[in-house]
Design a protein around this ligand. Structure first.
Ligand code: 6PG
Length: 258
């Protein structure tokens, strides 16, 4: 079963930065701008954070002057795009990475931290619990989707994003908010927001750096639509905007800008 070519015109912007440092600074400014707009409009800012290692520099930057004092952390609500099926103190935990780099320094209210309860021994139970968290927070009725103000995503060298890995059934998920796919290449379960849960966001930012991402970034952005192979191609906000913020190394195989 192949994913259908999406009909919605994709509003996509690609921004290339000279270094991870410059990329992180620009992403911090975008985070601040998005939080200002959301808090001004609705008194809160809902952000989905990515795991992995690339965003560590961004999260650390947000926790330091002058960035940290430009955000009203009391009104920021933190969600995760995916999580490894491990306890929050595990070295591989995306929550732990965010706690160490950001949360432990800006100290938002504990009720603002909506982590995936990946300590549950059965990953599908963690996914179910996260669904309930989302439904409760966003007061979702059956069939409704959360509209996050900002979703930050990374991309692996294989073109995966969140825990949407190539050739996994979750790529076709159209009704659930959260899934707990078995990732055969990693021999482990993951918990992840599904493509539709991500695509209802108001704004999605990919944050990609390093030479190992260049081949898949070229395929994702300039190749044919093959989401089974390059799941990041599934990320097409229905009426939002997707921005690719990449460093020069990751962009090395993209066509030169006209
Ligand atoms: C995870 C992430 C994952 C990550 C990519 C890129 O749990 O690992 O959510 O989707 O964003 O694997 O990771 P790097 O940015 O560390 O290369």
């Amino acid at each position: 079963m192949s994913a259908q070519q999406p009909s919605n015109a994709l509003r996509r912007a690609i921004e290339i930065y000279n270094s991870l440092e410059e990329l992180s600074q620009a992403a911090a400014e975008r985070f601040i701008a998005a939080s200002d707009v959301a808090i001004q409009a609705r008194g809160r800012f809902t952000v989905v954070l990515s795991g992995g290692s690339t965003p560590r520099s961004l999260y650390s930057l947000l926790a330091t002057e002058p960035y940290s004092t430009r955000i009203d952390w009391q009104k920021v609500h933190f969600f995760w795009g995916d999580e490894r099926s491990v306890p929050p103190i595990h070295k591989d935990s995306n929550f732990r990475m965010v706690r160490e780099t950001l949360l432990s320094k800006v100290n938002p209210p504990l009720t603002n931290i909506h982590r995936i309860p990946a300590e549950k021994t059965v990953a599908s139970e963690a996914a179910k619990a996260y669904v309930e968290e989302l439904k409760s927070f966003f007061s979702l009725r059956e069939g409704e989707w959360p509209r996050f103000d900002l979703v930050l995503l990374g991309m692996g060298p294989d073109g995966h994003t969140a825990s949407l890995f190539p050739d996994t059934l979750v790529l076709h998920e159209a009704t659930s908010l959260v899934a707990a796919p078995w990732v055969d290449k990693l021999k482990c379960y993951r918990i992840t927001l599904t493509p539709p849960a991500l695509n209802h966001a108001s704004q999605i930012v990919f944050f990609v750096a390093g030479p190992d991402k260049a081949p898949s970034l070229r395929e994702v952005l300039e190749g044919s639509f093959r989401p089974e192979t390059y799941p990041a191609q599934l990320i097409r906000p229905l009426d939002g905007k997707v921005t690719w913020m990449v460093d020069r190394e990751a962009s090395a195989e993209l066509r030169p800008e006209k």
